[in-house]
Design a protein. Structure first.
Length: 242
């Protein structure tokens, strides 16, 4: 599918979406675990914003092995929430199992209330299953969609973007080890974050804009169209789940 389709579909989604936060100057807190830190997602999102001529400051409260319930009880996370943010992004593990999904929904709702009370907007960063459990992609996607709906939060469908790429190329090097994102996989996550949180307006989202985003993330020409297509389709044309 060509770049023209990507631009047209993404602009259509923009027209019917809720007004986004402007990326000119924004503050984002990412609450999560090692999937956030080891892929350096906060640093890379901030770097992308600077390359695009904006000032998005990104901080994180991310600790190994943490779920959202762990964060809810941790004073470091609660202290971080007291600062001024435009978006607070919530992430935990794949949450494919019923009890994990239940926990994700419950604490996404709890955090969303606290986030809105502090004047920010909640967002859910959809993750991905372990490399040896890729059959669980639909369960992960369903869990995060349900949590975003329950919390009335912005959904960042990074995991769905991964599935779209892996469905076309099972050898795509998205993983680093069993669970973490490689640098290439991280590119796809950061793309998803940027497009979901700070969608460009109809006049801004051009071929040149897409080229600048790809250059900022060092996405080579061979992958550029596929990566942008996967990220934008996951936002404006969510996959049907069986």
């Amino acid at each position: 599918m060509g770049m023209a389709r990507i631009l047209a579909a993404f602009l259509l989604a923009f027209l019917f979406a809720a007004p986004p936060a402007r990326a000119d100057s924004a503050r984002v807190l990412v609450i999560g675990n090692e999937l956030v830190e080891r892929a350096e997602l906060p640093t890379r999102l901030a770097k992308l914003s600077r390359a695009m001529g904006h000032d998005v400051q990104v901080e994180s409260a991310a600790f190994d092995g943490f779920s959202l319930s762990d964060h809810w009880r941790d004073p470091r996370t609660q202290e971080a929430l007291k600062k001024k943010w435009d978006y607070v992004v919530l992430q935990q593990g794949p949450s494919a199992l019923p009890l994990e999904r239940q926990e994700l929904l419950e604490y996404a709702r709890r955090f969303a209330g606290a986030i809105r009370a502090a004047g920010a907007k909640p967002a859910l960063l959809m993750t991905w299953p372990a490399s040896d459990r890729q059959r669980e992609f639909p369960l992960v996607i369903a869990s995060y969609r349900a949590a975003a709906q329950a919390a009335d939060a912005v959904l960042i469908p990074a995991g769905e973007s991964w599935l779209r790429i892996l469905s076309k190329d099972r050898r795509a090097p998205l993983y680093s080890g069993r669970e973490n994102a490689s640098s290439v996989g991280g590119d796809l996550v950061v793309l998803s974050m940027w497009f979901a949180l700070f969608p460009a307006g109809p006049r801004e989202f051009t071929d040149d804009y897409v080229a600048r985003v790809a250059k900022a993330l060092d996405i080579d020409a061979e992958r550029r169209e596929a990566w942008v297509d996967a990220a934008t389709r996951s936002i404006d044309e969510p996959l049907p789940l069986r």
